[in-house]
Design a protein around this ligand. Structure first.
Ligand SMILES: [Zn+2]
Length: 474
């Protein structure tokens, strides 16, 4: 009995220690070799971001040990001649596929489908995405993060936001007091952030934000539908820290002028609300509405789990929309670009997020598409790179750990064959990736991707979306 009490106490204490870490750090199990990248051009992404030409970067175990320091004798040399080193990329809006069933069928049943976590994480890593912000976090995502931390899976760091105010999942958030309880429970359950969602009423939305402030937990989110048509000033408030898509703003209005975009930007600035523009999302929806061929043509499609391939192609809710809706979506897409311009003008930080995991958005690959679209919307190559590295780390409050190439930071790094400051598409031209000090060169990355592709092809027959849905009703 005494032993049991002690055990319980230990569990409570260790949980509290965990809660103090914004992101769990990797365990020693992943201990790696020492590397020196020589003659490399470092784009540090620090505030002054002066490129360090022809540098030597030493990586020891999980961290960057030095830049232009001595090369340890036992270091493995990576020739960086003519190459460019940037911090690992951060996708601030991801929905990573994880098992779990929305339906309780019978006690002990468990999930309907299980996924191989490595296959799910490989596309992120292969694309240099070494941190993701999971915006619909469930216990299964905590499980995935633990597999990565244990070193069983090579994957990104995962920050977790719990949704409050979803249509099905959070029935307990219809009143302000429900919402306050939900925030406290989310914190207790180790979620590090709250995602306020579309279906909250106005009072409940405000209560989520107020309670989160009291609990020192940051809020990202949608702007609830209940605010549609309300004055713009009503939808911004202090401690609503990050808007999950530009769409949250465009759907509040029918005025798609630059002046309106500026009003949003000014209010965001006043309330310290940052923005994930996620311009890719709507472009992708438009593409899918026109033709499903656009999905099949995606370079990353073959790496998407076959169940999702099947869902995107056979149960696609965007495909074949009316011309009227298509016209509306196109207007929104154009307005999103104005929003990006206005937020830049007002100096509101923007973060790169892609909605990875939803129909038509392939994890990892999508990040490079978003960078490209943000440049088209008027950001410089350097600005989008800052948005995809240092600023994301700042919002997550782990900028002392990742987000720049500096000695002492975790070694999350992308080695590029060409300079991304000259052409943003050069972020796709990857020579290798360091994930928490673990070096994956191009050959290793290609092998990892091939493994996913082969597995997907070999198992395609077993994962038909419609059969799965039908099985629920049998
Ligand atoms: Zn999303």
């Amino acid at each position: 009995m005494k032993y049991l009490k002690l055990l319980t106490l230990f569990i409570v204490i260790s949980f509290n220690v965990n809660a103090q870490n914004k992101l769990n750090l990797y365990s020693d199990k992943q201990a790696n070799d020492t590397y020196a990248i020589t003659h490399v051009n470092v784009i540090p992404m620090t505030k002054d971001n002066t490129v360090i030409k022809n540098a030597t970067v030493v990586i020891q175990r999980t961290k960057i040990q030095s830049i232009n320091g001595a090369i340890p004798k036992h270091a493995k040399i990576i020739d960086g001649t003519g190459k460019w080193l940037i911090p690992g990329l951060i996708d601030m809006h991801a929905h990573t596929l994880a098992e779990g069933s929305p339906f309780i069928m019978y006690p002990t049943k468990g999930p309907l489908v299980s996924f191989n976590t490595q296959n799910i994480m490989t596309p992120y890593i292969a694309n240099g995405v070494t941190t993701v912000f999971e915006l619909s976090a469930r216990p299964e995502n905590i499980g995935q993060r633990n597999e990565i931390i244990r070193g069983d899976v090579i994957g990104p760091r995962i920050a977790l936001a719990k949704v409050i105010g979803g249509s099905k999942t959070n029935i307990t958030s219809k009143t302000p007091s429900d919402a306050r309880n939900a925030v406290r429970m989310a914190k207790e359950d180790q979620y590090e952030f709250i995602k306020a969602y579309t279906w909250l009423n106005q009072e409940t939305f405000k209560a989520v934000i107020d309670e989160a402030k009291k609990q020192h937990i940051k809020v990202v989110g949608h702007i609830p539908k209940a605010f549609e048509g309300k004055p713009a000033k009503d939808i911004f408030m202090p401690h609503f820290g990050l808007i999950a898509h530009a769409e949250e703003l465009s759907k509040q209005t029918t005025d798609y002028s630059y002046k309106k975009a500026q009003e949003f930007a000014r209010l965001a600035k006043e309330n310290n609300t940052w923005l994930i523009p996620n311009v890719l999302n709507i472009e992708s929806i438009i593409g899918q509405a026109k033709s499903l061929e656009n999905i099949k043509k995606l370079p990353g499609f073959k790496y998407v789990h076959p169940l999702m391939q099947s869902k995107w192609l056979t149960s696609n809710s965007y495909y074949d929309t009316s011309d009227e809706l298509l016209e509306y979506l196109q207007k929104q897409a154009n307005f999103h670009k104005l929003i990006v311009k206005a937020f830049k003008e007002y100096g509101v930080p923007m973060l790169v997020g892609t909605d990875a995991g939803i129909s038509g958005i392939v994890s990892g690959f999508s990040l490079h598409d978003e960078l490209n679209l943000l440049v088209q919307a008027g950001l410089t190559n350097e600005e989008v790179l800052v948005s995809a590295t240092r600023l994301g780390a700042e919002w997550l409050e782990i900028d002392d750990k990742i987000g720049t190439v500096e000695a002492g930071k975790f070694a999350d790094l992308v080695l590029l064959n060409q300079n991304p400051l000259n052409n943003i598409n050069n972020t796709r031209n990857i020579s290798g990736v360091f994930v928490n000090g673990k070096w994956l060169d191009e050959t290793k990355i290609d092998a990892m991707l091939l493994e996913v592709e082969n597995w997907n092809n070999a198992n395609k027959e077993n994962y038909d979306w419609n059969t799965l849905i039908k099985s629920l009703n049998d």
